[in-house]
Design a binder for this molecule. Structure first.
Ligand SMILES: Cc1cc2nc3c(=O)[nH]c(=O)nc-3n(C[C@H](O)[C@H](O)[C@H](O)COP(=O)(O)OP(=O)(O)OC[C@H]3O[C@@H](n4cnc5c(N)ncnc54)[C@H](O)[C@@H]3O)c2cc1C
Length: 370
């Protein structure tokens, strides 16, 4: 390993500056863990998917000591949701009756940048446009891990956090592998609502169909996101990555089509893999994974950002104990990630069981089998 000057030696290095990485960094700074470095491949300039967060995320903002600063960010409130699930009729769930109040539709680019700023304000070292390349280990030295980056000098650290999202690229270098429980695909379009008052309807809409389910939500900057979640083989069979087929299917929907019928159809579609998976193991000696790197949840749960913050909080305490020569908390962290995943799977199963209209449809058969 190369000689590295003291300014590039850290107690903890976090790779990935999404909500999980920044929450871990903020929590580490809050509990007074020494020098923390965070490497983010991007620069918070690109739009990002994953915007609906539930009302009880408020309690995590409080535990991170960022609740007031977050409120000042003025993200769109989410007042409740309509759903046609298990029946053609629309049901309504009003956040008015939620003890935590309304949820939010985040502007993810702004939110992720806000979290990174909170980390920096607490004394964290943030390095944007710094893409992780490799990790090597040298035993019996105070800073045994060396992280290398594309086009940036390496850093040394005592502990490394994988917060790289679905890729879990750091944890894989330690031999961990995501165990896939289910794999789906979300195909989305962003509609411009500038000249209409449609975007004043701050209510999420969910609609099950035989091929999967539609999601429609108002997002900041006068836009409406509409996405179809289905299986990759169904998308292929029906040519759903082709905007003409995707819009034809949208037009057949009972409720979502009504929301967008007066809007100009966007020219492009965007797609993402949306797996349910658990990293095995989610932590080892000198490293752990947080957020999607540790486990991925179906977007139907709207729990991705919540989980990112919750695992960040939990991880910070496990890391502080590990650095303090109390390694058992790392085993508790592994247990926590596994238990949360089991809870998530049973909630997901319950949710998909509520839809019994299409017994012969491949999408619903697959959900019942997985
Ligand atoms: C279609 C879709 C819809 C979704 N809808 C919702 C929703 O409504 N509500 C919700 O809560 N969640 C939703 N999610 C999930 C949510 O987006 C994720 O769970 C959440 O972003 C996870 O946060 P994270 O910090 O773990 O990972 P990410 O947000 O993926 O952040 C990972 C970060 O790591 C960086 N990175 C990656 N590789 C490297 C590298 N080599 N070096 C340095 N940096 C690297 C990336 O640039 C990125 O900033 C949705 C996801 C999808 C795909």
């Amino acid at each position: 390993m190369s000689a590295i000057d003291d300014s590039r030696k850290f107690d903890v290095a976090i790779v990935g500056g999404g909500p999980a990485g920044t929450a871990t960094g903020i929590a580490l700074q809050n509990i007074g863990v020494g020098r923390v470095f965070l490497a983010e491949a991007g620069s918070y300039s690109k739009p990002k998917i994953g915007e609906s967060i539930p009302p009880d995320t408020r309690k995590l903002f409080q535990r991170l000591n960022i609740a007031n600063a977050f409120e000042q960010q003025d993200h769109e409130p989410c007042l409740g949701s309509f759903s046609s699930w298990g029946s053609a009729q629309l049901g309504f769930n009003d956040n008015l009756f939620n003890p935590y109040g309304a949820g939010w539709h985040l502007d993810r680019r702004r939110f992720d940048r806000f979290m990174a700023d909170q980390f920096k304000q607490r004394g964290g070292h943030l390095a944007c446009e710094t893409r992780f390349a490799s990790v090597s280990v040298e035993h019996n030295t105070p800073y045994p891990l060396q992280l290398s980056f594309d086009d940036q000098p390496p850093v040394r650290c005592r502990f490394v956090v994988d917060a790289t999202g679905q890729s879990a690229i750091v944890a894989r270098r330690f031999g961990a592998q995501p165990k896939m429980q289910d794999t789906m695909l979300s195909i989305a379009a962003y509609f411009d609502c500038k000249d209409t008052d449609l975007n004043t309807l701050k209510l999420t809409l969910l609609e099950a169909i035989d091929l999967g389910w539609w999601y429609c939500a108002s997002i900041p900057n006068n836009q409406l996101v509409v996405s179809l979640t289905t299986d990759a083989h169904i998308a292929k069979e029906h040519g759903l990555k082709d905007p003409r087929n995707w819009f034809a299917l949208l037009n057949q929907s009972a409720h979502v089509a009504e929301r967008v019928h007066s809007l100009a159809p966007p020219a492009h579609l965007h797609y993402w893999k949306t797996p349910s998976s658990l990293l095995n193991p989610p932590a080892g000696n000198g490293w752990l994974a947080v957020g999607d790197a540790a486990s991925c949840y179906d977007p139907i749960s709207s729990q991705g950002v919540y989980k990112a913050l919750a695992t960040g909080l939990k991880a910070a305490h496990a890391i502080a104990d590990w650095l303090d020569n109390k390694p058992t908390t790392l085993a508790e962290y592994r247990q926590y990630i596994g238990n949360e995943f089991i809870n998530y799977l049973s909630q997901r199963e319950y949710f998909y069981q509520q839809e019994q209209r299409w017994h012969e449809a491949a999408f619903w058969q697959q959900r019942r089998a997985s």
